[in-house]
Design a protein around this ligand. Structure first.
Ligand code: FAD
Length: 361
């Protein structure tokens, strides 16, 4: 049954737009047969209130920023599905302290605030606890960093196969890409999903949702990892597949200290050709190429690399390539958007000085 709570909409509402939007949402709620009340908190503030037994979609945000874009997109996608099934959205936020933020203003019907927990297994355990508590149908995460990691762990705990990097979804189907983004797959919307960034509209409504807080009992977990807190990782050793700016060395590099210095000064990630990996200058997981990692950096700076086909295969998805080589006719120079024909041993310290802001470099 649906009803307006005490103080139904006034005939002459000074906040006409809000009133119209509320009526629209209430009409939607009626058509989906869910229990909704309009709660008049003040002359200007009205909230949509859902019954506890509504079908819930959980969204999880590990961001410490107040309202990151990714969370607004998650909310947009979740509300779309919730709207189809006549339900609401539970927002799980991690790392929030007093005072508790009013997440109802950005579209949360229910809110779970967890302390800063960096152990992904513990987080997944709490997400499962939230889902059980609310009897939620689905949980959505962003497809980035720690969020994506916790999503996969949650799926394992629930014994579900997740759908990842969704770019289209409805309450029935999820569409995403597989096999290096070559194949588009569509399947029934699973319980656990991660959403590709920038593919969903942010949730927008002039009417706040209830934003009611739910308490979850935090229990000791028996996870196999020890929580060391947040550790700032160096770009130098970032995984090659995720690096945005790669500085790579080939057989033309002999000054390894200068190579490390210039990579650090430029904020890049270290990589190399197979030749230097075979020679023991860099570990195997730093090798770029057909038998190493296929990288997708925005910029690939190659010092003393000839550009053998097996190496070029590894950089074909890079946006910009810069080559430093003494040989004007090297294949790497031909592939490059910008080439410096010079000795790498001289260019590396000069670039490091420039990056460090020394005008005399
Ligand atoms: C099955 C197979 C798989 C392979 N997979 C890979 C792979 O995944 N990745 C990979 O990298 N290779 C791979 N290789 C090896 C590949 O064929 C090349 O041998 C290798 O990439 C060459 O590495 P390099 O460019 O560092 O060395 P070189 O080919 O020796 O080139 C050195 C370059 O440095 C330049 N140079 C020399 N001195 C200087 C200087 N002072 N300053 C600036 N430039 C200088 C030279 O002009 C030259 O262009 C594979 C080979 C096979 C057969």
């Amino acid at each position: 049954m649906e009803r307006f709570g005490a103080g139904s909409l006034p005939r002459r509402d000074p906040h006409k737009d809000k009133g119209q939007r509320l009526r629209r949402e209430l009409r939607t709620a009626r058509s989906t047969n869910r229990t909704v009340e309009s709660e008049r908190l003040s002359a200007a503030t009205q909230r949509i209130v859902l019954a506890d037994d509504a079908p819930w979609i959980v969204v999880v945000s590990l961001s410490e920023e107040p309202w990151p874009d990714a969370e607004r997109e998650l909310l947009g996608a979740a509300h779309r599905v919730a709207h189809e099934i006549g339900g609401g959205v539970v927002v799980v936020r991690v790392g929030f302290h007093d005072p508790a933020p009013d997440l109802g203003q950005i579209g949360a019907d229910r809110v779970v605030l967890l302390p800063l927990i960096t152990d992904p297994d513990a987080l997944a355990t709490y997400v499962v606890a939230v889902m059980e508590r609310c009897k939620a149908c689905h949980v959505f995460f962003g497809e980035a960093g720690a969020d994506a990691d916790v999503a996969r762990r949650t799926a394992i705990l629930l014994g579900e196969r997740p759908a990842t990097s969704l770019h289209l979804l409805s309450s029935e189907r999820a569409t995403f890409q597989e096999a290096g983004r070559c194949i588009e797959v569509s399947r029934p919307l699973p319980k656990v999903a991660t959403l590709a960034p920038g593919r969903f509209d942010a949730y927008v409504s002039g009417i706040a949702r209830e934003g009611k807080q739910i308490e979850i009992e935090l229990r000791e977990t028996t996870a196999g990892v020890r929580d060391l807190g947040v550790v700032t990782a160096s770009q130098l050793d970032a995984p090659l597949g995720e690096a945005r700016f790669i500085v790579s060395a080939g057989d033309g590099v002999t000054d390894w200290e200068a190579f490390r210095d210039v990579t650090e000064a430029l904020g890049g990630t270290i990589a190399g050709s197979r030749q230097v990996v075979d020679a023991g200058h860099l570990p195997r997981h730093r090798q770029v190429g057909a038998s190493g990692t296929l990288v997708e950096a925005r910029c690939y700076l190659a010092f003393g690399i000839s550009g053998a086909p097996q190496h070029l295969q590894g950089v074909q998805r890079c946006r910009y390539v810069i080559a430093v080589n003494t040989d004007l006719h090297a294949a790497m120079v031909k592939r490059a958007d910008l080439a410096i024909i010079a000795d790498a041993q001289e260019v590396m310290p000069a670039l490091a000085r420039l990056a460090g802001g020394h005008a005399d470099a």
